[in-house]
Write a protein that binds this ligand. Structure first.
Ligand SMILES: Nc1ncnc2c1ncn2[C@@H]1O[C@H](COP(=O)(O)OP(=O)(O)OP(=O)(O)O)[C@@H](O)[C@H]1O
Ligand SMILES: [Mg+2]
Length: 630
């Protein structure tokens, strides 16, 4: 229970306690002392009165011995003058007053003895005086006066009450003065002691207040240890506790910033959901994957962010993790994006509280779109390769009967009996069979890519590419301009270089649906960056639609295509890889016709430099005579 009047500060509490205790003990002490002293005074008064009565009786006896009864009156007067005596009497044996004197003018001298005094008088035997109380605080003594062994009279002495009270008051006064000095000394002592307690406590108090006001900046720590007692130990322990909390806080903030940076920079999407499948935390990658921002996602539910199908699948997964408290792995989510369809792989796991309750569900999302597309492309490539192999084997099988047909047609055309128009038909058949033979040759040659680099005749290589696209070129009315010499050759992987040109020519044809011009050029040249390097510079230029500037940055990336259905976006990527393998370079320049200027020209130019890395040319001395003859 809190007393309202009880002070709050420790010094005042100590002070109040000590003063109250001392007042109590002083009061008790004074009471006990006054009681004791009172008794003591009474005893002393009794002894004194007995003694004074004896003296009075003795002096009266002396005066009678000297036959001077008048001196008895004098000794009575002298006795009455003593400070502790109020009245002195001498009576005869019947109690009649012979001499009387008192020390105060306020009271008349007694004329006769009281009843009580007469009673007491008869109790006196021998020389032994009697002391008795004559009223509250009034004491009296009587002693017998014997003269020549005969009772002559009685000597009476009355005690002076004022004088005795003065004695008591004097004592009380000294007790009070002593008490005041004692209390003052105790207050000083208490204040000194309290200061040694309250000062360090004050430091501790202020330190904790400062810590509560600004827990992040414990500037006043460590607190000074002003005393070496239990409070000093307490402050030291407090300092150590704050330091350890600070250390833990630093560790925690390190861990948090580590987690934060991991969350922010990990190349995978992280998101945390509550029971309503609302985002409670999400990283930048996840926001980018949903084409949103972190602030827009927080607090929203999945169906506000994702398309309906993946949203409900992920929501069901999150609900299951909450219900079953176990992770769910490799959930495939897919949706339609602006550029292409996306595929995500999601893993959901429970995040528990200290009490092991599932508080949130964390979802890690991997964008598997590229992987999915690579798998698709691989499948397509494999299909193409298989088709190529099939085409090559068919072409191979067709070759033999074709040769027989060619020979037979030759024999037929030289047959003497053959007349016109049959001869003309045979010649037409011969022409068409020759075309079939050419197509099968091309197919075979295109498939049989060399696995070893060798000198390749460039005119054959480029011709084969153009004739492969012959039908589409003619169909679109594209005029082809060939600028290469028949005798040019280059040390390369011919099949791969052929693939590069097949891609470039294919792209050029795609860009000219309404027809146009296609230039294919090859020239001996030196590398512009390194004039020491000899090689061939190829140019493939078209007057097609051109490439938009923002697309130009991406055309060499895998899967970048603007041909939504027909393109895989691998052509230029593969081509650039092949050119890089040959240590060459590929560059592009392009211009698009602006809608504001429909008369302007547009088109694209690819320029390739492929160095001639023929070891026979580069290192002629290194070749052995055997390899030369071989
Ligand atoms: N000559 C060109 N004229 C205009 N655009 C071109 C030309 N060459 C390439 N491009 C652009 O570059 C993109 C990428 O070309 P790339 O050859 O890599 O893939 P693709 O032709 O789309 O598909 P595929 O894998 O079937 O070749 C094309 O989609 C097209 O937009
Ligand atoms: Mg292409």
């Amino acid at each position: 229970m809190q007393l309202r009047w009880w002070p709050r500060s420790i010094s005042l509490q100590l002070l109040a306690g000590v003063v109250a205790l001392e007042l109590l003990s002083l009061g008790l002490f004074a009471w006990v002392m006054v009681r004791q002293q009172h008794q003591e005074i009474i005893n002393r008064v009794e002894q004194r009165l007995a003694h004074q009565a004896n003296i009075a009786a003795f002096e009266a006896d002396e005066a009678l011995d000297d036959r001077r009864p008048d001196l008895v009156g004098l000794s009575v007067d002298i006795m009455a003058k003593s400070p502790s005596v109020a009245e002195s009497l001498v009576t005869d044996t019947d109690g009649r007053i012979l001499f009387a004197a008192n020390n105060t003018a306020d009271r008349p001298v007694a004329q006769e003895l009281s009843e009580l005094e007469r009673m007491q008088m008869h109790r006196v035997h021998g020389d032994e005086p009697i002391v008795f109380s004559a009223g509250p605080n009034e004491w009296e003594s009587v002693a017998a006066i014997h003269h020549r062994d005969r009772l002559w009279g009685y000597a009476w002495v009355h005690s002076d009450r004022v004088w005795d009270n003065q004695q008591l008051e004097l004592m009380l006064h000294s007790a009070v003065v002593f008490g005041i000095i004692w209390i003052a000394a105790s207050i000083v002592l208490v204040l000194v002691m309290a200061r040694s307690i309250t000062r360090p406590l004050g430091v501790l108090h202020e330190g904790t207040q400062a810590l509560m006001r600004a827990p992040e900046t414990p500037g006043s720590f460590p607190l000074p240890i002003l005393v070496h007692n239990e409070i000093g130990d307490l402050i030291e322990a407090f300092n150590r506790m704050v330091a350890s909390i600070e250390e833990q806080r630093a560790g925690l903030s390190d861990t948090l910033s580590l987690l934060d940076s991991m969350l922010a920079n990990a190349p995978i999407g992280f998101a945390f959901f509550d029971r309503q499948a609302r985002f409670v935390r999400v990283n930048r990658i996840f926001a980018e994957m949903t084409s949103s921002s972190i602030s827009r996602l927080l607090g929203r539910t999945l169906d506000e962010v994702l398309p309906q199908q993946p949203a409900s699948l992920l929501q069901a997964t999150i609900a299951q993790v909450f219900a079953e408290d176990r992770p769910m792995r490799d959930i495939e989510l897919s949706g339609e994006g602006s550029a292409w369809n996306w595929t995500w792989i999601a893993n959901a796991y429970p995040i528990r509280t200290l009490q092991q309750q599932v508080r949130w569900v964390g979802v890690i999302v991997l964008d598997a779109t590229d992987r999915k597309r690579s798998e698709e492309a691989l499948r397509k490539t494999e299909k193409l390769a298989a088709t190529g192999r099939l085409a090559a084997s068919i072409a191979h099988e067709i070759n033999n009967p074709l040769e027989a047909i060619t020979n037979l047609l030759y024999l037929l055309s030289n047959h003497a009996q053959l007349q016109e128009p049959a001869l003309g038909w045979v010649q037409m058949a011969e022409h068409e069979v020759k075309r079939v033979a050419e197509i099968t040759q091309q197919t075979l040659r295109f498939y049989r890519q060399s696995t070893l680099a060798a000198r390749a005749r460039l005119s054959d290589l480029l011709d084969s590419v153009l004739s492969l696209h012959q039908v589409r070129l003619q169909h679109r009315g594209i005029h082809v301009e060939k600028q290469y010499d028949a005798g040019m050759d280059l040390y390369c992987f011919a099949g791969e270089i052929r693939q590069v040109f097949a891609n470039l020519v294919g792209n050029a044809i795609d860009s000219m649906p309404e027809g146009g011009r296609l230039l294919v050029r090859a020239r001996h040249a030196t590398d512009l960056q390194n004039p020491e390097r000899q090689g061939v510079r190829f140019t493939v230029a078209d007057t097609g639609c051109g490439i938009a500037p923002e697309a130009r940055k991406h055309i060499f990336e895998a899967f970048f295509t603007t041909k939504e259905v027909t393109g895989t976006g691998l052509g230029l990527w593969v081509s650039s890889e092949i050119v890089a393998k040959h240590e060459g370079t590929i560059r592009v320049r392009s211009r698009q016709r602006q809608p504001s200027d429909p008369a302007a020209s547009s088109g694209t130019v690819f320029v390739l430099f492929v160095p001639d890395l023929d070891p026979a040319r580069l290192f002629p001395a290194a070749l052995t005579p055997e390899s030369e003859t071989a």
